[in-house]
Design a protein around this ligand. Structure first.
Ligand code: SF4
Length: 387
């Protein structure tokens, strides 16, 4: 059976964080049942289209999926198991905001089938959390981790941010030292980006952000500390203990198939990339009795074979093991060196790209500037004979 990742978007948050441009609607009323009903109708359709697939990863992202009550989560997973062939050892992740969980809820989540928790702690310095407009403080972060462990979660990830306004190197080191003491299995370590349409974008001239040198120092010192503490960097922003990579996210970087449900969700399925509009009302209406789903598609791209090659290189190079030339040949029937060697040669000379046993990968310095390098070596319009 072919493998498939399933992504479910829960577009509700108690309040918007000042940096966030993910699609979510602020609410104090939890997740409305009418949203779940729309999701279920959408899943009915996908269930029929994916009978020859085995779902080996499920990811509930947001927004704040941990706003789902115990009852709602149980009902959602009953539906998932009814509609899809979920693998016995599937990785099933839920993103949780530390301000929205308690032990009973987490026990119920485990019972529903969830086996991985991604905690959005972001920082263990109170000042960072306040400046970002998070709804939780440092104590709640620590408590959230403890109750997750007590409830029985043995696979926990933490999101940590760097490059925040007024954040210092000492703040980052102090945050990481708390992370190491708690010892989650996985760390997602993201640099702040000021996105248009966010409060931080409106405040950008008055924010005291670290300069480029301080930001790169934060990244490299943190990377070193995480490695010294047993976290292997398997992707630009992701670090994990042995065998604890996020299998769902690795699908994105491998170019594997996944389906997303919910407004703003993205999919890559049957050679097409598509996404749904960032419009909750439209999404719910389109799955109502007389609704029509055509209007919810935001983008639908049929990826031509030549672009698939470029896309694969762009995504795979994010991973620390980079490109395996033999595998590349098996996938595309083309020699990686003959297509890319001349383009990557300057970066091999500068030490940003390394030769590995099986092919090529970014060095640590290269990973930090990988977006720039990839923009120089990838050409989506490149004509590839036979591709
Ligand atoms: S809780 Fe997460 S999704 Fe919601 S606004 Fe904050 S960062 Fe965005």
């Amino acid at each position: 059976m072919k493998k498939l990742g399933l992504y479910i978007h829960i577009p509700f948050c108690i309040q918007k964080c000042r940096y966030c441009d993910f699609y979510s609607v602020p609410t104090n009323a939890g997740v409305p049942d009418e949203y779940l009903e729309a999701l279920y109708k959408h899943m009915d359709e996908y269930g029929l289209q994916t009978q020859e697939y085995c779902v080996d990863t499920v990811f509930l992202g947001g927004g704040t999926p941990s706003l789902l009550t115990e009852k709602q989560m149980a009902s959602l997973f009953k539906k998932i198991y009814r509609d899809f062939n979920v693998a016995k050892k599937a990785e099933i992740t839920v993103e949780a905001n530390p301000g929205t969980i308690d032990k009973n809820k987490l026990r119920a989540y485990l019972k529903a089938g969830i086996n991985r928790l991604s905690l959005g702690v972001q920082s263990f310095c109170g000042g960072d959390l306040g400046v970002c407009g998070r709804i939780h403080g440092v104590n709640e972060n620590i408590e959230a981790f403890r109750i997750a462990r007590d409830a029985g979660f043995s696979n926990i990830s933490m999101d940590i941010m760097f490059g925040l306004p007024d954040q210092t190197m000492a703040d980052i080191v102090s945050t990481l030292n708390t992370v190491f003491k708690l010892s989650p299995e996985h760390i997602s370590f993201y640099g702040l980006k000021i996105e248009e349409g966010t409060p931080f974008h409106d405040m950008r001239d008055s924010l005291s952000l670290p300069n480029e040198d301080s930001e790169s120092e934060m990244y490299f010192v943190s990377r070193e500390l995480m490695q010294q503490n047993g976290y292997f960097q398997y992707e630009i922003s992701n670090f994990a203990k042995k065998n604890k990579f996020c299998r769902h996210n690795v699908k994105y970087w491998n170019g594997d198939e996944y389906l997303g449900v919910g407004p703003a969700a993205h999919s890559y399925f049957s050679g097409k990339r598509f996404s749904f509009k960032r419009d909750l009302g439209l999404y719910i209406d389109s799955f109502s009795e007389n609704g029509a789903q055509e209007g919810i598609i935001d983008e639908m791209i049929d990826i031509p074979p030549s672009a698939r090659v470029a896309e694969y290189v762009m995504l795979r190079m994010r991973l620390s093991d980079g490109i395996d030339c033999e595998k590349f040949h098996k996938l595309f029937g083309r020699d990686f060196d003959s297509l890319y060697y001349e383009k990557i040669r300057p970066y091999i000379s500068s030490g940003h790209i390394l030769r590995t046993e099986k092919g090529y990968a970014f060095s640590p310095d290269g990973m930090y500037v990988s977006n720039y390098i990839l923009s120089r070596i990838i050409d989506f319009d490149m004509t590839i004979p036979g591709a």
